[in-house]
Design a protein around this ligand. Structure first.
Ligand code: MG
Length: 244
C-alpha cells in the first residue's frame, strides 16, 4: 500500500511513525506550559511566554469540547470567546484529529464545528503530529507570521498536540485534565506519564531518559493531586527543541 494512502486511512499513521522520534528525542513530548483545564489558559499568551504570540492552534476533543461532540463545552464558552477576541480571524485555528480529517466525510463535522464556534477548522490530509506543514500553509497565507515561535499549540495529548508543536518549533500548552469526568485507564496513564515528564527533576535535565510511573494510575487518586505547574520563568525556548 502506498504511504500516501496509509496516511489517509483512519489509523493515525503520522502518530505511529513520529512516535519513533521520541526514542531519539524524548523531549519532543514535553510541553512548555501546563494547565489543568481549558478555563485555566492564561490570555493573552504573550505575557506567559514573554514572546510575540500571533497565532493559536487549538485542539478540539477533550480540550474545549467533549470528545466526539462538535460544540464548545458550555462551562468553557467565556474562555473560548476570550481567546477569539485576543486572536481574531485566522489567528485562531482549530486542528482536530477527527473533524477536518480524511475520516470526516465531506468535512461535514468541520462545517458544523465552524458554525458552532465561529472559528476556522483546518482540513488536513495528515493527522497530528505530522500536519505542521499544512498548518503553516494556512498561517503564512493569512497571518503575519515571521517565526514559528510566534505560534502556540494548545491540546490535551502530549503525543499529538505537544509533539507537533515541538516538531514545528512552536510553543505548547498541555491541557492536562481535559474535560472533567471519569477517565479511562489509558487517559490516566498518559496524564501520569506527562506529570512525571514535566516534574522539576525532568525539567532540569530537559531530556528525560527514564520514566518511573506514579502508582496513582492504578488507584483512585484524583488528578488534582497530580497537578503540575510550570512557572513562566521555567519555560523552555521552542528553538531549543525544534525538529522540523
Ligand atoms: Mg484532544
Amino acid at each position: 500500500m502506498q504511504l500516501s494512502r496509509l496516511h489517509n486511512s483512519s489509523m493515525n499513521l503520522s502518530g505511529t511513525l513520529n512516535a519513533f522520534k521520541l526514542l531519539l528525542n524524548p523531549g519532543l513530548c514535553l510541553p512548555h506550559y501546563t494547565v489543568s483545564t481549558f478555563n485555566d489558559i492564561p490570555v493573552p499568551l504573550s505575557r506567559v511566554f514573554k514572546a510575540d504570540i500571533r497565532a493559536v492552534i487549538l485542539d478540539k476533543d477533550n480540550c474545549f469540547a467533549i470528545p466526539h461532540q462538535d460544540a464548545i463545552y458550555e462551562p468553557y464558552r467565556d474562555k473560548f470567546q476570550e481567546l477569539r477576541k485576543a486572536y481574531p480571524g485566522s489567528r485562531l485555528l482549530i486542528v482536530s484529529n477527527t473533524a477536518g480529517t480524511q475520516d470526516d466525510l465531506g468535512h461535514a463535522r468541520a462545517e458544523v464545528l465552524e458554525k458552532n464556534t465561529g472559528v476556522q477548522v483546518l482540513r488536513h490530509r495528515i493527522k497530528k503530529p505530522g500536519c505542521g506543514h499544512e498548518i503553516m500553509k494556512i498561517l503564512q497565507k493569512d497571518v503575519d507570521i515571521t517565526s514559528r515561535s510566534q505560534i502556540v499549540v494548545i491540546g490535551d495529548r502530549l503525543l499529538t498536540d505537544t509533539m507537533m508543536s515541538n516538531m514545528m518549533g512552536s510553543y505548547s500548552i498541555w491541557v492536562k485534565d481535559g474535560i472533567p469526568g471519569k477517565k479511562g485507564f489509558v487517559s490516566r496513564l498518559f496524564v501520569s506519564i506527562g506529570a512525571e515528564l514535566t516534574s522539576p527533576a525532568c525539567k532540569h535535565g530537559n531530556s528525560p531518559r527514564r520514566i518511573s510511573l506514579p502508582l496513582g494510575i492504578f488507584s483512585s487518586r484524583s488528578t488534582e493531586q497530580l497537578r503540575v505547574t510550570c512557572p513562566s520563568d521555567e519555560i523552555y525556548k521552542p528553538e531549543a527543541r525544534a525538529r522540523t
